[in-house]
Design a protein around this ligand. Structure first.
Ligand code: GSH
Length: 242
């Protein structure tokens, strides 16, 4: 019988959980989005139970976490390393596996900087309490950091024969994650992305192709896909996108 994974993540945002959802959806894997479910052993109570489990020998520091049978794995890139190996979403040879993981870790760095555009001082403070700093941070991010990260991934695509995937000749979870990053940046910084996109045609083409993959297209059109919103990692504040 196929395993039913349990994804533990916050119920109202795409956030880091979305990188896991995309991999599970592309793999056609069976999973339960625990916090979004209702009934026995589901909902936020189940998430709290996991996070508060004092007896667990391998507790996660933060979400997302994935339960696969007896093991619970956390750290987005670590979960994807695991799923990539199990579902053919990464090369099997060590060099390719590590390269895919390396790209994912670089996207994790990028994502942290994206988050810090609207929360540069503290995640625990309201955006309104760090507005001025957010403006400065975003200006710097859009002028130098976003172009540096995006042109890096563009260059990786350019170096890979065929230019269709980040790694080798087949789709990997790194492609799915780059799709998610571009989707999020388009939502958060539509103005800046209009200009930045012109310099990253291979990345934009990858984004289009991933969106059209049958399982991903079905997922994006479904209720399982949470819309971008003002609570997630990718947020749209007009004043940060000028
Ligand atoms: N490096 C971790 C970061 C995890 C993380 O920061 N998760 C957020 C939600 S997206 C969280 O639950 N943070 C709570 C905290 O840091 O206290 C990963 O990539 O999974």
């Amino acid at each position: 019988m196929a395993m039913i994974y349990e994804l533990y993540y916050w119920p109202e945002i795409q956030g880091r959980g979305e990188f896991i959802r995309l991999a599970l959806e592309e793999a056609g894997a069976k999973y339960v989005d625990v916090a979004r479910g209702s009934g026995k052993k589901l909902g936020m109570a189940a998430v709290s139970k996991l996070l508060d489990d004092a007896k667990m020998a391998t507790p996660p520091f933060a979400l997302p976490a994935l339960r696969a049978g007896k093991i619970v794995i956390a750290q987005t890139a670590n979960i994807l390393l695991f799923l990539g190996g199990r579902h053919g979403l990464a090369p099997r040879p060590e060099a390719g596996k590590l390269w895919t993981h390396q790209l994912q870790l670089t996207m994790a760095d990028f994502l942290a900087e994206i988050h810090d555009t609207h929360h540069p001082i503290a995640s625990g403070l309201y955006y309104e309490d760090q507005r001025q700093e957010a403006k400065r941070r975003s200006r710097e991010f859009l002028a130098s950091r976003a172009p540096k990260f995006l042109s890096y991934f563009e260059d990786v695509l350019a170096r890979n024969p065929g230019h269709k995937h980040l790694v080798g000749a087949r789709l990997t979870y790194a492609d799915l994650s780059l799709f998610q990053i571009v989707s999020g940046l388009n939502y958060a910084f539509p103005n800046a992305m209009r200009a930045l996109g012109k310099t990253t045609p291979l990345t934009l083409a990858l984004h289009e192709r991933v969106a059209k993959r049958p399982r991903i297209a079905a997922y994006l059109a479904s209720e399982r896909r949470i819309a971008f919103n003002a609570m997630g990692i990718f947020r749209h504040y007009k004043e940060l996108d000028e």
